[in-house]
Design a binder for this molecule. Structure first.
Ligand SMILES: [Fe+2]
Length: 116
């Protein structure tokens, strides 16, 4: 598992299970109803939920491949502070709006930032 993403990966995996269940349940509903319009509606729901499953799986893969940029909102001005892809603990980044420098830290498996 990629360091710094513990809680995020857990949340994505939990959501992924929920979305997979939704796909299965909507498809079961579609099989069981006799009304053609209802069947079409449940198939549309299943299709939408499949899109969520695919998106979450892509996001997980992106994180595992180190392709996800580690970004925080600057606690001083609200602008984006970007540590880039696959940063190391202790890396520093400067807020491009207010100029404050932050250090990337890890707390309990999750990335966080500390003002220098
Ligand atoms: Fe800032």
């Amino acid at each position: 598992m990629h360091h710094g993403y513990l809680s995020i990966i857990r949340m994505i995996e939990t959501d992924l299970e929920f979305e997979k269940d939704a796909v299965r349940i909507y498809n079961e509903f579609a099989e069981k109803v006799s009304d053609a319009q209802l069947r079409e509606m449940f198939l549309e729901f299943a299709k939408a939920e499949t899109g969520h499953v695919n998106g979450l799986q892509r996001l997980l893969q992106f994180i595992q491949d180190g392709e996800h940029e580690v970004k925080f909102y600057c606690p001083v001005c609200g602008w984006e502070v970007n540590f880039g892809k696959n940063p190391g603990i202790g890396d520093q980044a400067r807020c491009r709006m207010c100029g404050v420098i932050f250090e990337l830290i890890e707390i309990g498996g999750d990335y966080d930032i500390r003002r220098l």
